[in-house]
Design a protein around this ligand. Structure first.
Ligand code: ZN
Length: 407
């Protein structure tokens, strides 16, 4: 071999070595700088409902252009049966190299509780029979059995034939609400446990003049009565009179904050506001929960037609749906026919219209101008006691003497 040839061979070997070195370096660099890439299917942050549940969308992974998705491992903490925020960790390990990705899954509750009726959705009871609400069962996917948190609203007038509604409201801890309505029908001949009972009722008070005299008489004869009151301002004397009445076994009903027909019968909302305003006042001033109403003018009034057609038809239902009992009268003392109607006239009217074979709700008034009512009362009581009548105050179980609605 010539020197020249030898030199050329050495050159070739060195060149090959350099190329090999470069290739190895390149391969090493490629390995050094290439990492697995992981990418999530679906969104990085997800919100799912308990009802729909969480369905794992998975992730894909590559190493350079090589698909290594089958190497992805998923560590999911998601419990889609429980409200919460959970993490899902995706890990891929390839050629001793690791990549991770993370997904946040919020499980939320959008399902309202489910209400089922204990006993029927519709119930029928006999007139005069006591209504015991069997309630409802409420089951929620988050909270479980929350039947004891159900709020029931509505009044069944068991003394009058008719159809009544009880509304049940419930919401779970995530604000999902459910409502159910039960219909209670009251039917048939009334039971006669109230035969020969007199319910004395006084509207439009309290009056420091007249109510005071009436209470004195009631105390003297040991007889209770019911007072359907209107706004009494912040008159301490009037508050004292009402407290005294309650102590004597009388009951306080709501006549309304205002007695102005044009205002209270303008709309259903106006009327209900007028009732709740006085109810709240009585609660604050007397600690007394008044739930019995007397409509100004009675439920049969036609004066309300001038302000809102059909309002009494609506109101007689609405007050019961809201849990109130309304009471009209079936004996009129006629003390509203004018101011200071002679006591004699009032006494005669009561005597003539009371009936030992039925219950008797007597309409009287105790506003300032009704002095003759206070005057007639002792004579009315004496007569009734002699005849064998019994006096009671009106409660939620008393007969309601509903009138026929005319508007
Ligand atoms: Zn009145």
């Amino acid at each position: 071999m010539t020197r020249r040839k030898k030199k050329s061979l050495r050159f070739k070997i060195i060149t090959i070595l350099i190329i090999l070195l470069v290739l190895a370096g390149g391969a090493f660099a490629f390995y050094w700088y290439t990492t697995p890439q992981i990418s999530l299917e679906g969104d990085k942050t997800m919100e799912v409902t308990m009802k729909d549940g969480y369905h794992e969308p998975g992730a894909t992974a590559t190493f350079s252009f090589h698909d290594i998705s089958s190497y992805v491992e998923i560590d999911s903490q998601v419990n889609d049966k429980k409200v919460g925020v959970y993490k899902v960790i995706y890990t891929v390990n390839y050629l001793d190299k690791t990549a991770t990705a993370e997904r946040t899954v919020s499980v939320i509750d959008k399902e309202p509780p489910e209400i089922t009726f204990n006993e029927g959705k519709e119930m029928t009871i006999r007139t005069g029979e006591k209504f015991e609400d069997p309630g409802v069962t409420a089951i929620d996917d988050s909270d479980g059995d929350i039947s004891d948190k159900v709020a029931a609203k509505g009044f069944v007038e068991t003394t009058c034939e008719g159809s009544y509604e009880i509304t049940y409201d419930i919401s779970d801890s995530y604000g999902n609400e459910a409502t159910a309505i039960r219909t209670v029908k009251v039917k048939g001949e009334p039971l006669h446990e109230t035969k020969g009972v007199i319910y004395l009722t006084f509207d439009d008070g309290p009056s420091t003049k007249v109510t005071k005299k009436i209470l004195k008489t009631l105390e003297k004869y040991d007889v209770p009565a019911t007072f359907f009151v209107i706004d009494y301002g912040d008159d301490a004397k009037k508050i004292k009179l009402m407290k005294r009445a309650i102590k004597d076994g009388c009951t306080i009903g709501i006549h309304g904050y205002s007695h102005d027909y044009s205002k209270i019968y303008a709309s259903t909302d106006d009327f209900m506001d007028n009732i709740t305003k006085l109810q709240k006042k009585l609660k604050d001033d007397l600690g007394y929960d008044a739930q019995i109403i007397r409509f100004p003018g009675g439920s049969s009034n036609t004066v309300s037609k001038d302000y809102c057609k059909g309002i009494m038809t609506d109101l007689t239902k609405e007050v019961q749906r809201e849990g109130y009992k309304y009471v009209d009268w079936n004996v009129d003392s006629t003390d509203a026919s004018g101011n200071n109607v002679p006591a004699k006239v009032l006494i005669e009217s009561v005597k003539e219209n009371c009936d030992l074979e039925q219950f008797n709700v007597i309409l009287m008034h105790d506003s300032d101008a009704k002095e003759t009512t206070a005057e007639a009362l002792p004579k009315i009581i004496k007569w009734a006691q002699k005849e064998g009548y019994e006096f009671r105050a009106i409660t939620m179980d008393s007969p309601a003497a509903h009138h026929t609605v005319n508007n």
